[in-house]
Ligand binder design. Structure first.
Ligand code: CTP
Ligand code: CA
Length: 229
């Protein structure tokens, strides 16, 4: 990475990263979940540490080793993630929402294991919406000048869907992953476009998740330096 090793460009910065995927319990033994591995979020944490940042990693069900030097806060549900990230975001220079947050949770959580009964159809599961954490962080900003970054996985119309989502969420940068064809979920590689709310977009070709993570920090540093779009 050249001169970056000599001059850590995230030194003195506190960044908060959410990673993994939330799980919404149905009963003490079952949950609604998603396939996020947490690898991209952990790559963001490792690269930020390497560039000199103080890192708080809000880790939702990621079975990955703690990045050395990060403060790791384990969470399970979207509500736990919301609380942890909101608290950590207070005073932070940047918040990156790489976690896959469940859009819905079961309306009720059974205190005891749900049992099947002979000759009886199962009860339907009623779902309710989870709050949009990224939109709330973007609206509330935990510090003056705080940069808020979102992630999105899209299969079609990647750019159009990404731009619409960026506007809807109100964040500064949105990293849009192209999913499908052996990309994203659980894999070692990613391919993405980093959309800047001010206009520019950076295409990051298929490559290691650490590479995409470094390009995201480049975009964050460019914003902080006030570089024109
Ligand atoms: N996100 C969030 N809170 C939610 C849902 C999503 O903070 N309840 C964040 C994710 O962490 C991600 C970004 O929003 O950074 C985009 O997530 P995505 O699922 O693509 O957006 P949604 O608005 O849920 O749109 P969709 O209907 O396409 O799932
Ligand atoms: Ca969603």
């Amino acid at each position: 990475r050249g001169p970056r090793a000599l001059e850590p460009d995230l030194a003195g910065r506190h960044v908060v990263i959410s990673a993994g995927g939330t799980r919404e319990p149905l009963d003490p033994v079952r949950y609604l979940g998603n396939r996020s591995s947490g690898k991209q979020g952990y790559a963001l944490a490792r690269t930020a540490l390497a560039r000199g940042a103080r890192v708080t990693l809000i880790a939702a069900n990621a079975a990955l080793p703690d990045p050395a030097g990060a403060e790791v806060v384990p969470v399970g549900t979207a509500e736990e993630l919301r609380q942890a990230v909101t608290k950590a975001a207070s005073g932070a220079d940047a918040v990156v929402m790489a976690a896959a947050v469940a859009d819905f949770r079961p309306a009720a959580r059974s205190g005891s294991k749900i049992k099947k009964r002979e000759g009886q159809e199962p009860e339907p599961v009623r779902l309710v919406r989870n709050p949009d954490i990224l939109a709330a962080l973007s609206a509330a900003r935990g510090a003056p000048g705080q940069l808020v970054v979102g992630f999105a996985a899209e299969t079609d119309d990647v750019l159009a869907n990404g731009r619409a989502k960026l506007a809807r969420k109100g964040c500064d940068l949105l990293v849009v992953n192209r999913v499908g064809e052996g990309l994203a979920f659980g894999t070692e590689e990613n391919e993405a476009v980093i959309l800047d709310a001010r206009g520019p977009e950076t295409v990051v070709p298929r490559g290691p998740k650490d590479e995409l993570a470094d390009r995201v920090w480049d975009a964050v540093v460019a914003r902080w330096s006030g570089a024109p779009p």
